[in-house]
Design a protein around this ligand. Structure first.
Ligand SMILES: [Zn+2]
Ligand SMILES: [Zn+2]
Length: 84
């Protein structure tokens, strides 16, 4: 059982937490961020680049190829906001 997962784009990440997007090939730290970066409008869908996203106003950073908020920021969770 390999704990390192790979994609055909050669992205690599470890563990079950990170979610790799098969569309834009960005690896997200949490399923919530993954959901947030996807947009769906009238039958079309796509991806926001990580530079365009924030987690409740906190900028995302790339750590070891995985986009998310810094550890210290993760603890203060506030209610989810739906991106308009
Ligand atoms: Zn994506
Ligand atoms: Zn990929």
């Amino acid at each position: 059982m390999a704990s390192t997962v790979t994609c055909h784009c050669t992205a690599r990440w470890t563990g079950v937490g990170p979610c790799h997007c098969p569309t834009c090939h960005v690896t997200w730290a949490t399923p919530e961020l993954f959901d947030q970066h996807r947009w769906h409008v009238r039958g079309q869908d796509g991806c926001w680049p990580p530079q365009e996203l924030t987690d409740h106003g906190r900028p995302l950073v790339c750590q070891d190829g995985v986009w998310g908020v810094l550890e210290v920021e993760k603890r203060r969770r506030v209610g989810r906001r739906v991106r308009a």
